[in-house]
Design a protein around this ligand. Structure first.
Ligand SMILES: [Zn+2]
Length: 316
């Protein structure tokens, strides 16, 4: 059964026709109308219509950054969009005339990795996404873990540093403040401004563009700049340490590392693995999970949303 998967991000909406083996048959992208819920819904509706054309589609999955209620129908809160307690499922179903399944974007991405990507074969899998923020998904016994109210697996908001930096969620010291792409960029800007030899290359790159962005930081990393590598290393150590605590609770067989920063590959995985093993409780007496990078990266959200919509529709 071919379904449609839509991934609503803070800046763009991506959509695709997806086969039941996770293959993308056609894809589209438009900017997100982030300030208007009605315009956002219209954008999703016209994207679905364009994707399905004359084909009969039974289900549409929509992945969205935010809290989705336990019934997978309402977007309770989306930090970067205008959606608040929005009955998205009902509104889209009325306009589209098909089953709509709404899922948190990190959950959808984790599901895609489990079904078709790096997590295949591990029925107990954890995914951590390192991008603008830090997100997560947990697959337990072959099912997405969502918690009692639908909003579990927010791994980025596990407390990491007591009385640490203020997070967008209102708490202090969340992992996200120490291990996201945003945190890496902030640290790189500080290092560039430090006037030290270690920050010299970052300062040079910054001078070329006025303001440092992830592109220059990544360039410094690929050039093996010692300053940028140290920051990436520290970020990886923070992730590894946090993951070791999560493993004590969840005991997964595999960790899939996704999100924009996962393009750093082994440069990121190595410090994660080392810190994970260093902080693993009862190390030597428990099997050690595999740590790999995500396989689907940019397509994970749409593929996961489409597959969740398909499985959910088949169950009904
Ligand atoms: Zn937080």
């Amino acid at each position: 059964m071919i379904t449609v998967g839509i991934d609503v991000g803070g800046t763009k909406i991506a959509g695709a026709l997806v086969s039941e083996t996770g293959e993308i048959l056609m894809s589209l992208k438009v900017p997100t109308p982030a300030d208007s819920t009605e315009e956002l819904i219209e954008a999703v509706v016209s994207m679905v219509n364009e994707l399905r054309a004359d084909r009969e589609i039974k289900a549409v999955g929509v992945a969205i950054a935010g809290f989705i209620d336990a019934a997978r129908s309402e977007v309770i809160y989306s930090p970067n969009l205008s959606l608040r307690n929005e009955p998205l499922k009902a509104k889209l179903e009325a306009k589209l005339g098909v089953d709509v399944f709404v899922e948190n974007d990190a959950n959808a991405a984790g599901w895609a990795e489990y079904r078709f990507g790096a997590g295949q074969g591990s029925k107990h899998m954890m995914m951590i996404t390192i991008g603008t923020g830090v997100g997560g998904a947990i697959v337990a016994n072959g099912e997405l873990f969502r918690g009692g109210f639908g909003i579990g697996a927010e791994l980025g908001h596990a407390n990491f540093i007591r009385d640490g930096k203020l997070c967008g969620c209102g708490q202090h010291g969340c992992l996200e403040k120490y291990a996201s792409g945003t945190a890496l960029l902030e640290a790189a800007k500080e290092l560039a401004a430090s006037g030290t030899a270690e920050g010299a290359r970052l300062a040079e790159l910054e001078a070329e563009v006025d303001e440092l962005t992830g592109t220059q930081v990544y360039q410094a990393i690929t050039e093996s700049d010692p300053g940028a590598l140290r920051l990436l290393n520290e970020l990886g150590e923070n992730i590894g340490k946090a993951v070791a605590s999560l493993v004590a609770i969840l005991d997964p067989q595999m960790l899939v590392v996704g999100g924009g920063l996962s393009v750093a590959g082994e440069l990121l995985l190595k410090p994660i693995r080392n810190a994970f093993l260093e902080h693993l409780p009862a190390r030597g007496y428990r099997p050690e999970m595999t740590i790999v990078t995500a396989a689907l990266i940019n397509d994970a959200g749409v593929v996961g949303a489409a597959d969740l919509a398909r499985t959910h529709s088949l169950e009904r």
